[in-house]
Design a protein around this ligand. Structure first.
Ligand code: HEC
Length: 110
């Protein structure tokens, strides 16, 4: 019971503290698998994007593009993204509240 209450408090605090980051145009496509704001993936094998470090998300997307990270589904998703779109998507998902949300990250993403 206690972790549930703590989780609720943290998620409320996270919602209040979320910095305003414009929703990138391409983010809607990502929600189909990663959930709204990248916070609620459709299946346990789909990672949570919300609250991960922006530079990690950015790095991963570049690796899917150039094949250093191999995953057929994400390679197809990342293929058409520009460098700017990847940066914007990474920044957006990093600042969304979710189970991995880190309040100290708000305002520190680049
Ligand atoms: C059809 C389903 C699907 C869609 C749509 C999708 N993804 Fe993914 N995504 C996945 C799966 C499955 C993985 C795990 C792949 C792996 O194991 O490397 C993943 C992994 C990722 C990762 C690595 C996360 C980590 O924790 O290592 C990032 C970043 C990511 N996706 C971003 C995006 C973005 C941005 C979009 C929209 C442009 C998107 N995804 C659209 C299914 C999807």
């Amino acid at each position: 019971m206690k972790p549930l209450v703590l989780g609720l408090v943290l998620s409320l605090a996270a919602t209040a503290a979320t910095a305003e980051v414009a929703v990138p145009e391409k983010a809607a496509a990502c929600a189909a698998c990663h959930g709204e704001g990248g916070a609620k993936p459709m299946a346990p094998t789909y990672p949570v994007l919300a609250g991960q470090y922006a530079n990690y998300l950015e790095h991963s997307l570049h690796e899917y593009q150039d094949g250093r990270r191999k995953n057929a589904v994400m390679a197809a998703q990342a293929a058409a993204l520009s460098k700017q779109e990847i940066k914007a998507l990474a920044r957006y998902f990093a600042t969304q509240p979710g189970p991995l949300y880190t309040p100290t990250l708000v305002g520190t993403t680049n």
